[in-house]
Design a protein around this ligand. Structure first.
Ligand code: ZN
Length: 113
């Protein structure tokens, strides 16, 4: 499934409705990033992914499905964020349908201004 690849844009789907709910990016491996998401869910942290999988009748980490959407070969953060944004649009994971907020692009704005 490619969890050892670095520099990827990934999707987290919810097995409850088999729909993508979140798109993220990381310069590390998907495995490392997922370990953090799963810990957030187990510890019920105040983060979008953790909240989704612990709210109502979800079964926590058991409902999490992950996949790599794209491997990025350009090392720059800005490029990854632009790719992430285009996948967020494609997968329709922005709030209120999904759980992506516009945080990614505001990070980009802060870093490049
Ligand atoms: Zn769900």
């Amino acid at each position: 499934m490619g969890v050892v690849h670095k520099n990827v844009v990934y999707a987290i789907s919810c097995s409850k409705y088999s729909t993508p709910v979140y798109v993220g990016e990381t310069e590390r491996t998907l495995r490392e990033r997922m370990t953090e998401h799963l810990a957030d869910i187990r510890l019920m942290r105040e983060k979008p992914v953790a909240k989704h999988f612990t709210e109502r009748d979800h079964r926590g980490v058991n409902d999490v499905e992950i996949c790599i959407l794209e491997r990025i070969h350009d090392k720059s953060r800005i490029f990854r964020l632009i790719k992430e944004k285009s996948w967020i649009n494609k997968m329709k994971t922005e709030v209120p349908v999904g759980i992506n907020t516009k945080v990614g692009l505001s990070v980009l704005w802060r870093e490049y201004n």
